[in-house]
Design a protein around this ligand. Sequence first.
Ligand SMILES: NC(=O)c1ccc[n+]([C@@H]2O[C@H](COP(=O)([O-])OP(=O)(O)OC[C@H]3O[C@@H](n4cnc5c(N)ncnc54)[C@H](OP(=O)(O)O)[C@@H]3O)[C@@H](O)[C@H]2O)c1
Length: 188
Amino acid sequence: MKTQYFTATSLDGFIATEDDSLEWLFPLGDVNDTGYPEFISKVGALAMGSATYEWMLRNSQKIAEETGASWPYAQPTWVFSSRVLPAVPGADLTFAQGDVRAVHAEMRSAAADKNIWIVGGGDLAGQFYDAGLLDELILQVGSVTLGKGKPLFPRFTPTPLSLLSARQIGTGFVELRYQIPARATKNP
Ligand SMILES: NC(=O)c1ccc[n+]([C@@H]2O[C@H](COP(=O)([O-])OP(=O)(O)OC[C@H]3O[C@@H](n4cnc5c(N)ncnc54)[C@H](OP(=O)(O)O)[C@@H]3O)[C@@H](O)[C@H]2O)c1
């Protein structure tokens, strides 16, 4: 069972514009051509920050048109926020805040032998990394630069990551998979 940060990013390391738009992302390719279908089949629990969750609330109609449901995940999902946010009827949601370690333990129980997906944003993934709980980064690096925006992973990784694979997806993406070295994980 792994904890994986799977996300699309611009070439210059942003996962959304400053105003949380993803409109730059969708013309780059079809998600079904990426590793996503296989990836999601092995996910047993998800975590996301409030900006990501609120993007999903704002775009629920578009999500429903594309996936058939305004909340597309069957897996239990933890949403990190210090605020009270509206729930999505029928979605398996838990709202959480503070230290990610206790939440990770709950997620691990829920996921059983499946993987944990840190959906984003970058700082939330960084909080799992800081706690030594992040095993892999899986990145769809888009053929576009944004100049500024929401950062992919605002952390210093003193021990280099290990590149496990690189795969071209048309002209719009390269999919990179990195393992986070053991010495940078499982901190006390
Ligand atoms: N390119 C992609 O594939 C991709 C993937 C994922 C997300 N995105 C997009 O990227 C953007 C990410 O936004 P973001 O960088 O602002 O990240 P985010 O993680 O979605 O949201 C950050 C917010 O979550 C809350 N939060 C985070 N950690 C917390 C903790 N430990 N305890 C309590 N609250 C916590 C805080 O807000 P409050 O406490 O104020 O609620 C924080 O400001 C969104 O627009 C999203 O749609 C893109």
